[in-house]
Design a protein around this ligand. Structure first.
Ligand SMILES: Cc1cc2nc3c(=O)[nH]c(=O)nc-3n(C[C@H](O)[C@H](O)[C@H](O)COP(=O)(O)OP(=O)(O)OC[C@H]3O[C@@H](n4cnc5c(N)ncnc54)[C@H](O)[C@@H]3O)c2cc1C
Length: 252
């Protein structure tokens, strides 16, 4: 785990209101695994850092993807190249992409696209055929950077690709990885109990101390998303205890 001040070097829009920020963070770029996240702070900014999955790595730079949903994300998106972002990471346990399976399906809903480019990269390196199913409410909310050996687009309103949820468009595969709203992940759990899902809870410290990111477990008790997660076996989470609308449905 590293704590470093990174220069924000670039920003690009990849769907309506959805932006990728590129930050110089060499030690994190070198060591991050798919599904891990960084806890970002800036000044002046909120008291608590804000967690974001690492979206891509490009040389010494890490990228994060976000939309403005509140104070912190709006401030991050207002930052200009050259400004400094304090980066703590890589944090948490990522996806297990050990060689073995011959095919993987990545299922992402909306901003759940965030951990998937690194997952696609690691899965390819492990010899897997990658199918990426990416869904959103409507066509202009689809992240244009989804990519795999095969990409399946899904929209709730049928404006692009499959008309329906990303989960309904998932083909057969040895391994399923998913990230998106809890409602989507609960549905993944009901179809593929062994799927690996990346959950995005409320979070404080990101390092296992504050217990702000408790995830209810099917066997009883809680885990910390920042330490034991944020990637879990889908059936290990008690989805009935998690709010169905989180994350990212603030405008819904
Ligand atoms: C491990 C992890 C990885 C994440 N990866 C990403 C990512 O790649 N891209 C991304 O855009 N977001 C990601 N998030 C969610 C992101 O951290 C929150 O959206 C962000 O902290 C909100 O900060 P804010 O100051 O803008 O919102 P606030 O002003 O704090 O709150 C605004 C609204 O957002 C809601 N909110 C606050 N925190 C969260 C949260 N953690 N999840 C869902 N809703 C929240 C609040 O209920 C409120 O309605 C991730 C969260 C975790 C735990």
């Amino acid at each position: 785990m590293f704590l470093l001040d990174g220069n924000m070097v670039a920003r690009r829009e990849v769907a309506r209101g959805m932006f990728v920020l590129s930050v110089d963070a060499p030690q994190i770029a070198d060591s991050v695994r798919a599904g891990q996240f960084v806890n970002l702070g800036w000044s002046p900014g909120p008291l608590l850092r804000r967690p974001f999955s690492v979206y891509r790595v490009d040389g010494d730079r890490i990228e994060v993807i976000l939309k403005a949903v509140g104070v912190g994300t709006a401030q991050l998106l207002a930052m200009m190249p050259g400004e400094t972002i304090s980066c703590l990471g890589p944090l948490g346990h990522g996806f297990d992409l050990s060689p073995g399976p011959t095919s993987v399906v990545l299922v992402s809903g909306g901003l759940g696209v965030a951990p998937m480019p690194l997952a696609a990269r690691e899965a390819r390196a492990a010899g897997m055929h990658v199918t990426w199913v990416h869904g959103a409410r409507t066509a202009d909310e689809l992240c244009t950077e989804a990519d795999g050996d095969e990409v399946i687009w899904a929209t709730d309103d049928g404006s692009q690709g499959f008309a329906g949820t990303a989960v309904a468009a998932v083909p057969d595969a040895d391994l399923v990885l998913a990230c998106g709203p809890n409602r989507m992940l609960a549905s993944v759990a009901s179809h593929w109990p062994d799927a690996q899902v990346a959950v995005e809870t409320y979070m404080g410290c990101g390092t296992g101390v504050c217990l702000g990111c408790a995830v209810p477990l099917e066997r009883g008790g809680y885990d910390r998303a920042c330490k034991e997660g944020p990637v879990y076996r889908a059936a290990d989470i008690d989805w009935s205890m998690l709010p169905a609308h989180l994350p990212y449905a603030i405008s819904a």
